[in-house]
Each structure stands twice: as C-alpha cells, then as structure tokens.
Design a binder for this molecule. Structure first.
Ligand SMILES: [Zn+2]
Length: 263
C-alpha cells in the first residue's frame, strides 16, 4: 500500500452503493485515476461538497498494486467550478470538457500538458471568456496534444504553406492538405484561411488574448466541424456529451453536415 497525494481536477463523480462515490480525477503525475470516496454520500461526510466536476482539488489516496480503483482518503477544494455550472449550457460544456480528458488521457501516465490545458481552460471560463471560443480552443488543443492533428502550417503532401491560401480537410478526417492536393483525392471539405489561421494561432496566443480579438462566429463554427470530423475519425465514435449538447442546445441532429465536394 502506498499513500499518494497530488493536485487534481475532478472529471466525474458517480454514486456507488448507498453511501459511497466513485471519483475520476486528472493529475499531472499519474494521468487519470479512479477512486472510491467511502461514505461520500453520507450527510456529514468529510468529503462534504468538495466532489464537484471540474473542481481543482488536492487529493490524497491509498494505492494497492494491481487494483484499478484507489481509495481516496481526503479531498480539499482549491478552486470550485460551480459558477460555470449554474446554467444548462455550462453544465453540458463542463461534461464535454471532462469527456475529452476521459477519452484522450490514459490512466497512470504523466499528463502535465493535458492538466495545464484543462486547468487554464476552466480558469478562463470562470473568468468569463467566451464559451464558444474556449470550447473550440480546447477541442483543437486536445487533438494537438494527442498527436492526432498537428498545427496546420504546411501541406503534409506538397509542403506548401497553408495559412494564406486556405486548405481542405480530407473526407477521412485525417489531415488538412492544400486545395490542389485535395483536388487530386476526390471528396474533401474546403477550409477557410481564417479557420486555418485560428488552428495555427492557438500555438502562439493564450485563450484570454484570443478572446480580445475573437474570430468571427462562422470561423468558430467551421473549426467545430473540422475538430469533430478529425476527432471522430480518430476515435471511431462520437463523444456522448457532444451528441447531448447538439441535441439539447440547438435541436439539431448530432451529426454535422457531411463534407461537401471540394472545388
Ligand atoms: Zn499540397
């Protein structure tokens, strides 16, 4: 048995039996962890109101070899995300951010960059950064950190610069290429220069600074469609929370429009 402690961001909290809860959390040092908070459903539990999704906490747990579930001994709240979850959109958005981390981060694998991304995105949202912008920034960065979707600086096929000329997303959702290369490969979705610029700017500009000089709504919509296709192509399924958001917030079907023919 080993006692460990770390700063963590809570991803998910579900009931277990009558009195306990299972908590999934993200740490820098050990990636994703899942543990039992004994008695957390009891009225006067020592976990009190600390187990809130996306809260940043310091957590202590006992770990046994060969056990998936650790035993959480204490949780101390550092930063609540409750303010973000006061309305339905904020609740759904919180679940969506956590869902990405659940899918893309491994258990017991150092995950400092994912921790910093989630932490800074939640902080920016609490401070009032535009939610749509923050979500697009987060989606694109998750794909970047996962090694799935590199910064679109040059066409990977002919090495021509992409930003000035716009680009195209292959129908497979695998990569952004220049329009000439896309034209040789049949179906591809045209991507505007503005969307390409946004995807490359996230490397150099912080979210709060992007918010001061926010891209047009149509560019953010385009970035959402691109990230959705790339993510789905990689995962081979859609994030459940994304379908819920699409259905709840817009009444739209959860499948974005199929790629149009490139021209
Ligand atoms: Zn090319």
């Amino acid at each position: 048995m080993e006692l460990r402690s770390a700063e963590a961001i809570l991803l998910d909290v579900v009931d277990l039996h009558d009195y306990d809860r299972i908590v999934t959390f993200l740490t820098r040092e050990w990636g994703k962890k899942r543990g039992v908070a004994k008695g957390a459903r009891r009225k006067h539990s020592r976990f009190g109101g600390q187990l809130q999704p996306l809260a940043r906490v310091s957590v202590e747990w006992m770990e046994k070899d060969n056990r998936d579930l650790v035993r959480i001994s204490s949780v101390e709240l550092q930063r609540s995300a409750r303010h973000l979850q006061e309305d339905l959109e904020g609740l759904l958005l919180s679940a969506y951010l956590a869902d990405h981390i659940q899918e893309f981060v491994q258990e017991n694998e150092a995950s400092d960059l994912f921790f910093r991304l989630l932490d800074s995105t939640v902080q920016a949202l609490i401070e009032g950064v535009d939610r749509g912008l923050a979500t697009r920034y987060f989606e694109a960065w998750v794909l970047r950190l996962a090694g799935v979707f590199p910064a679109p600086e040059i066409c990977p096929q002919c090495e021509r610069a992409l930003v000035a000329s716009g680009a195209a997303l292959l129908a497979s959702g695998e990569s952004l290429v220049c329009r000439d290369c896309a034209g040789k490969q049949g179906r591809a979705q045209a991507v505007s220069a503005q969307a390409v610029e946004f995807l490359s700017r996230i490397d150099r500009v912080k979210l709060v600074d992007l918010d001061r000089n926010r891209p047009a709504g149509s560019t953010l919509d385009e970035v959402e469609r691109i990230c959705t296709l790339v993510r789905r192509s990689f995962l081979q399924h859609e994030l459940k929370s994304y379908s819920v958001i699409r259905e709840t917030m817009s009444g739209l079907p959860s499948n974005p429009a199929p790629p149009s023919e490139n021209n």
